[in-house]
Design a protein around this ligand. Structure first.
Ligand SMILES: [Zn+2]
Length: 496
């Protein structure tokens, strides 16, 4: 009996657990069995490997071939193992002589022509391969992504023959050397929006403390335009943030794009999106919109139109920064540290409180509409901002306001103050943290006590006001939280 053992990787959340690909050849009637893959995938994989070997001028040995993928209970998509299986057959049958096969890991789907097709999650696999101190042979199209892992040894190949030539030491694969180009930041500018000074102020505070924000206002007031400009106000991505974000993108259906490197993601799923599309899932669990927005912005327009059950699921990631997807016996964690920005109309028709247009809703309809959002969900919103409708004749004479770059400088400065003081943004302060870092001065405390009573604030709302007040003080470079900071923070809770 002849045996070859090769390494590859499965995917499980952001992890890429090792998969051992064992190829046995034995005497007996010719057959080709694959153990460890879902039934439906086995035939396809066999067909691809057989065709690719033949096209490349090799033969499928007329023996009893058994391929075993271990461990057996890992989630596996078949395509990624094609290359390892094909090489394993060649090595076990003596058609390819390789020394030190164990220094490599393989991934890639084979086309019938022997060409290598890109795979999902190359970055997560690359990280794991690098930690295992092996070299990674993979499809050329995945090389740039895999090479985001510093010092990883990436050997890109176009087809099966190129991999064979490398292993036989006839013609070496050229290690990938490129570093990701720093793409010109292409965020939308705040200056494009005329007027709406108060809403822009809310956006700046939200950016500085990474607070969640809800815009309420009639259609056409620029709520979406404002939300789209939040990524451009946030501090530049740190390297580890960029890498995590790229890893999640690489696992999603759209894959990783080099243009997205170091850009804060901005995701705005439609309210008709399924629960799986939003939070992730599927038989081979994939990240949803909330994870694709990791280290970036998740914008939910027309918030009350979203499935209430889905919104309730968002409570966990909003607190913990991650989501656990359970399916049958399997469980996968995806990071989901997104900044939530949401928008809604004030009523079903949209014109409640509008200066000129007439609202057609009954008071009952208005309260039912607002009631679609649960108290516990709204309790997780830090800032609420009414975005008023501005008549066109007034809008013409309104100023453009500041550029995003100018606002961003203040945000970065406030952000650094928070990092130095507590190593996290104000939005993530715990109750004891708030006690320690957000205590207002005497006048501020008096104001807060009075507001708690008159507005009947929950304990959670009370804490949120203090966190927002802390951010307002940080933006103004004030070491202590004053009554003015508290007063402004309370303004952002009216109506919540
Ligand atoms: Zn209405």
């Amino acid at each position: 009996m002849s045996l070859a053992v090769l390494y590859s990787r499965a995917l499980n959340g952001l992890a890429a657990p090792l998969v051992t690909v064992e190829v046995h050849l034995a005497n007996g009637l010719p057959s080709f069995a694959l153990v460890g893959l879902p039934e439906a995938e086995v035939k396809e994989s066999r067909d691809r490997v057989r065709a690719a070997l033949q096209t490349a001028g090799f033969e499928l040995p007329p023996r009893r071939i058994t391929v075993n993928l271990a461990p057996a209970d890992l989630p596996k998509e078949s395509g990624r193992f094609d290359l390892a299986i094909a090489i394993g057959i060649l090595v076990a049958s003596g058609q390819l002589k390789v020394s030190r096969l164990e220094q490599y890991e393989f991934a890639g789907e084979l086309a019938l022509t022997g060409a290598l097709r890109p795979i999902r999650g190359a970055l997560a696999m690359s990280l794991a391969t690098h930690q295992a101190e092996r070299q990674f042979i993979l499809p050329t199209e995945n090389a740039a992504e895999a090479a985001l892992v510093q010092d990883a040894r990436i050997l890109p190949a176009d087809n099966l023959l190129a991999v064979c030539a490398h292993l036989a030491e006839l013609e070496k694969l050229v290690p990938y050397q490129g570093t990701p180009a720093t793409v010109e930041q292409s965020y939308l500018d705040l200056m494009d929006i005329k007027g709406q000074g108060q809403a822009k102020r809310a956006l700046e505070i939200a950016a500085a403390g990474q607070h969640s924000l809800l815009f309420v206002g009639p259609p056409g007031t620029g709520k979406s335009m404002l939300a789209q400009r939040l990524p451009g106000l946030l501090p530049p991505m740190r390297d580890e943030e960029a890498l995590e974000s790229a890893m999640v993108q690489s696992l999603g259906s759209g894959g990783w794009r080099s243009q997205a490197w170091k850009q804060r993601p901005y995701r705005n799923p439609h309210h008709t999106a399924s629960g799986v599309a939003l939070v992730g899932g599927g038989s081979d669990p994939r990240p949803g919109e909330i994870s694709l927005a990791h280290h970036g912005v998740l914008f939910l327009d027309e918030l009350p139109e979203f499935d209430r059950k889905v919104l309730e699921v968002l409570r966990e990631p909003l607190e913990a920064g991650k989501i656990t997807i359970s399916r049958a016996a399997r469980q996968a964690d995806f990071p989901a540290r997104f900044q939530l920005i949401a928008a809604m109309n004030p009523c079903p028709c949209g014109y409640f409180g509008h200066p000129s247009a007439q609202c057609r809703c009954t008071p009952d309809q208005v309260s039912r509409y607002r009631g679609k959002l649960s108290g516990p969900f709204l309790d997780r919103i830090d800032l609420m901002m009414e975005v008023p409708s501005v008549p066109p004749e007034q809008l013409a004479s309104m100023p453009h306001g500041e550029r995003s770059d100018t606002v961003r400088q203040r945000v970065i400065q406030a952000f650094e103050v928070q990092q130095q003081r507590q190593s996290k943004p104000n939005s993530r302060l715990s109750a004891p943290d708030i006690e320690q870092y957000c205590q207002p001065d005497e006048a501020g405390q008096a104001l807060l006590t009075q507001a708690t009573r008159s507005l009947n604030l929950s304990a959670r709302a009370y804490h949120r006001i203090l966190k927002v007040a802390r951010t307002i003080a940080d933006l103004a470079c004030r070491p202590s939280v004053t009554a003015a900071d508290v007063a402004e923070a309370i303004q952002f809770r009216r109506g919540l």
